[in-house]
Write a protein that binds this ligand. Sequence first.
Ligand code: ZN
Ligand code: ZN
Length: 155
Amino acid sequence: MPSTTSILLDLKNKYTRLNFVPGESFAWSSSDNIVFYDEKSPDLQILLLHEISHALLGHDKYDRDIELIAMEREAWNKTTELAQYFNIEVLDSLIQSAMDSYRDWLHSRSSCPKCQAIGLQTDISNYHCPACNNNWSVNEARTCALRRYKTKKRT
Ligand SMILES: [Zn+2]
Ligand SMILES: [Zn+2]
């Protein structure tokens, strides 16, 4: 497996239209054309490729949480492709745990706080419960790759 510094250099050389900026977590910002990365992550190489995948796929805003899940699936497929190209191993367990974390996240956002039924998303930050007519708001969440490391529960 190539070293962390060499892969970062390779990626910067290959994807010259993208900006790479160290940060506290991994994220793709389409408005600024920036891939943020956490230098200290044990999965740095893979997660860098994952954010680059979002960039290459032109992922931008989404209107419904379910679209984010689809975008993540697409990005992970692309990540696997890129990883082969760069000769980096991607563990299925990493992808599974990432996808699980998005599904858990979706489940916790979409569950009605009053009756636990699954609600319908009415816009980017609101849900409606068809069972008890409750409405609730959710925080906007754009970062994806490190969601599984977040300990703070969303309500
Ligand atoms: Zn309800
Ligand atoms: Zn992602």
